[in-house]
Design a protein around this ligand. Structure first.
Ligand code: HEC
Length: 281
């Protein structure tokens, strides 16, 4: 059995495979990766098309029995005239040696053409009569909603929580969790009541590295390694650092059993530092 394969067909298939990954990527839903199902479907369709269009046309293949239905189907969808009869449909014109066959419009082409018209009617009714008619806008809204939900999940999981977004929280859950973290990790150096041991007193108004949730969060996160304060970002999650920082801030003004001398400077929250004209100089 000798099979001649039209190189043009092979080239077309190759180009198709190279490009359709990108086409699907533009679809968005598949995240640039075709599902196995899509690939299997495409390969199957291409194989059937090849069988009918190329293979069935080959004259020197054995197994006529197997080819017969394929050839009938081929004739049915292409209505092509067999080579030996081509002289019957040859037009009289001769354009510098180029001659033309008066082939019929192939039915597969008409199926496709009428098919698109049929599809457009179904589409129109489905999306613009039965549906709301605002297909793009709805898709947009749905995507925005999904994105907002994802962001919400990220925020709740604490993955987005850092010194730029951290907020002081004084709800019972945060503070009890913060206290637990403090007792376990921090009390050894800052004392159970925050009065200070190796580490400084956390109950007074004086801060070495600044008070307020943002500064405290930063000190906890990055630490002051050269002074013996560990960086906690590898051991505590952002949420846990936010909880323990909030807890520390609630200690201010309490009276520890053995307070260490204040260190650093009195910290004034930023809002009050802003010169709004009410303060002199
Ligand atoms: C190994 C001892 C040690 C442990 C454990 C420790 N700290 Fe500290 N911490 C220190 C020292 C020492 C300093 C002072 C650093 C300096 O002088 O710059 C400090 C400073 C701080 C400051 C800054 C205080 C200021 O005045 O600016 C904060 C806030 C703080 N620690 C919170 C914590 C928290 C929260 C934990 C537990 C998660 C913790 N520390 C655990 C030793 C420790």
């Amino acid at each position: 059995m000798k099979i001649k394969v039209n190189p043009k067909v092979l080239l077309t298939l190759l180009v198709f495979f190279l490009f359709n990954g990108n086409i699907f990527a533009a679809g968005g839903d598949l995240d640039g990766v075709m599902s196995a199902m899509t690939i299997v479907t495409i390969v199957t369709v291409l194989f059937i098309a090849w069988l009918v269009v190329v293979y069935a046309e080959l004259d020197d293949v054995n197994g006529e029995k197997f080819l017969k239905p394929l050839r009938i189907f081929n004739r049915f969808i292409t209505r092509s005239t067999p080579m030996e009869k081509e002289h019957e449909i040859l037009l009289d014109h001769d354009y510098d040696g180029i001659r033309e066959l008066d082939n019929k419009v192939p039915p597969w082409f008409n199926f496709l053409f009428y098919g698109t018209i049929f599809f457009s009617i179904v589409y129109l009714i489905q999306f613009h009569v039965i549906g709301s008619g605002n297909v793009q806008e709805e898709e947009y809204q749905a995507e925005m909603q999904a994105a907002a939900m994802q962001q919400e999940i990220l925020i709740r999981s604490g993955a987005l929580l850092d010194e730029n977004s951290v907020k002081f929280a004084d709800d019972a859950a945060t503070l009890s969790s913060g206290k637990e973290i403090y007792m376990k990790n921090c009390a050894s150096c800052h004392a159970n009541d925050g009065g200070g041991l190796v580490g400084p007193n956390l109950t007074d108004k004086y801060w070495i590295h600044g008070g307020g949730i943002v500064n405290v969060f930063k000190t906890v996160k990055y630490g002051v390694p050269q002074k013996g304060m560990i960086s906690w970002q590898t051991q505590l999650s952002p949420t846990e650092m936010q909880e323990v920082s909030s807890y520390i801030l609630t200690m201010e003004g309490t009276t520890p059993a053995a307070p260490k001398q204040p260190e650093g400077e009195i910290w004034v929250p930023e809002e009050e530092n802003v010169d709004d004209g009410t303060k002199e100089s």
